[in-house]
Design a protein around this ligand. Structure first.
Ligand SMILES: [Zn+2]
Length: 391
């Protein structure tokens, strides 16, 4: 016979499952007190194995189920995610814990649509969730400027995972493959997970969708001023932050675009003089100041490739000598261009190529598969239909 849990005053007969909901600021100890369960039992549960650590990471709204047998706590269940169930069971005087997979079913969904207004509106009508639309934008942010370049008639295809449990959608997974047709140009991309477990998006050619940066956008003579959050300005003679790097170089030295991007500004900008600002992908901006002149007919909206000459070194604005003042922003925050972690853009390496083909080929085939009964071009006001492909 096992002893009764002494904390239960009036043990109900038989076996009962009760549910406790995690409140903000809760922990299992508070919940046990509230549910009138014994602290000694809690200690035994926390000692039940490495998986019991999940019980120390409760989130508000989670449900803890526990089983009472003759008033004694004999089992406890928690679903840390839709994918897992933690079950702790009494075995004699101790507890044992087990983390099991739930019966989540993965479907591969395909959605197609045509832009009739904005990508967001058209994407939503086609059945994409907002996070999926954001993901789509970030995959293509280096190739397509979604603010300036998306046109009515552009189209998209998106293959992604959805997770169902008991017939209900419990999650939307990553985009597996996508195609974006922008003004007649088509960009296909596919998600690839390398042997080291890192996932990223690649064109079907194996080129990374994310592009790289040049660390330094010109051939310079010396660095005349580094990045700092407070220095004495040589002309204004006051302490101010220097949110970039100054590269001294002869007047007229060509300045290159640090990465593939779009010109968002080309003009005079106070003390910066002639200035060019480029946007790269959805997260990065670079700024080039004190130019003597711009390259060719450079203007906002132009797309530039990494290495393309955008202007020439000068001393326009507040400058004591010819130099390039170069700034690098990540998500709107100035970072030191000399040390900032630059995104890598590695293409599929030779030793990953076969693995890439194995993953990419079936996904791209599924993306191209025409199944007119289950998908349709989305026109204004229509609801997109989606076809489930179970795998
Ligand atoms: Zn400067």
């Amino acid at each position: 016979m096992q002893p009764l849990d002494p904390a239960r005053a009036a043990p109900p007969p038989g076996e009962v499952w009760a549910t406790a909901t995690v409140r903000p600021g809760d922990n299992l100890s508070l919940i046990f007190k509230r549910e009138n369960l014994s602290a000694k039992t809690l200690d035994l549960i926390m000692d039940s194995g490495p998986d019991s650590a999940l019980l120390a990471k409760l989130r508000p709204g989670q449900k803890i189920q526990y089983q009472l047998t003759g008033g004694m706590l004999t089992a406890l269940r928690l679903e840390p995610s839709h994918w897992e169930i933690l079950e702790v069971r009494r075995v004699g005087e101790t507890f044992e814990s087990e983390l099991r997979k739930t019966d989540v079913v993965t479907h591969v969904q395909k959605v197609t649509g045509t832009i009739t207004d904005s990508l967001f509106m058209s994407g939503q009508r086609a059945g994409l969730t907002d996070p999926l639309i954001m993901e789509l934008i970030s995959i293509y942010a280096w190739d397509v400027d979604f603010a300036l370049e998306v046109r009515v008639g552009d189209s998209f295809k998106v293959l992604y995972e959805e997770y169902f449990r008991d017939g209900k959608r419990v999650g939307v997974g990553p985009i597996l493959a996508a195609e974006f047709a922008n003004q007649g140009k088509s960009f296909r991309s596919v998600r690839f997970t390398s042997t080291d477990g890192h996932s990223d998006y690649y064109a079907d050619s194996g080129m990374a969708m994310r592009k790289a940066f040049l660390r330094t956008p010109l051939n310079f003579t010396r660095i005349s001023s580094t990045f700092s959050l407070g220095r004495r300005h040589p002309i204004l003679n006051s302490i101010r932050a220097h949110r970039g790097v100054d590269y001294a170089a002869p007047q007229g030295t060509p300045i290159k675009a640090a990465g593939d991007g779009t010109v968002v500004y080309a003009g005079s900008k106070g003390g910066y003089g002639r200035t060019v600002i480029l946007r790269h992908g959805s997260k990065y901006n670079t700024l080039y100041a004190h130019l003597s002149r711009y390259a060719g007919s450079l203007k906002p909206g132009d797309r530039v490739q990494q290495g393309k000459i955008i202007g020439y070194v000068g001393m326009s604005g507040l400058a004591t000598g010819p130099h390039l003042h170069y700034e690098f922003q990540v998500a709107g925050v100035h970072r030191n261009p000399l040390t900032v972690d630059l995104p890598k853009a590695e293409s599929i390496s030779a030793n990953q190529w076969e693995r890439f083909q194995q993953q990419a080929a079936p996904l791209l085939a599924q993306l191209e598969l025409s199944a007119p009964a289950r998908e349709s071009i989305v026109a204004m006001g229509e609801t997109g239909t989606k076809g489930p492909f179970v795998h």
